[in-house]
Design a protein. Structure first.
Length: 66
């Protein structure tokens, strides 16, 4: 599953506070935890692009565990 996010309130707030560099770590953990809660058979997301790192969108890729 590929998820494309074009606006993120968290990324906007982190940018405003000058803390964008920390967003990628937060997002990776939160997205993984949410996915585990809804579907534990899905792996930790791979983040191809990240809004908090200056990209125009976040692209998260989830795969099923083998």
């Amino acid at each position: 599953m590929r998820v494309e996010v074009t606006y993120c309130p968290l990324a906007a707030a982190l940018r405003e506070w000058g803390l964008s560099e920390y967003g990628k770590y937060f997002c990776q953990e939160i997205d993984a935890a949410i996915m585990r809660g809804y579907n534990p058979s899905v792996t930790r997301p791979y983040c191809e692009r990240n809004l908090t790192a200056g990209a125009e969108s976040c692209t998260l890729i989830f795969r099923r565990k083998q």
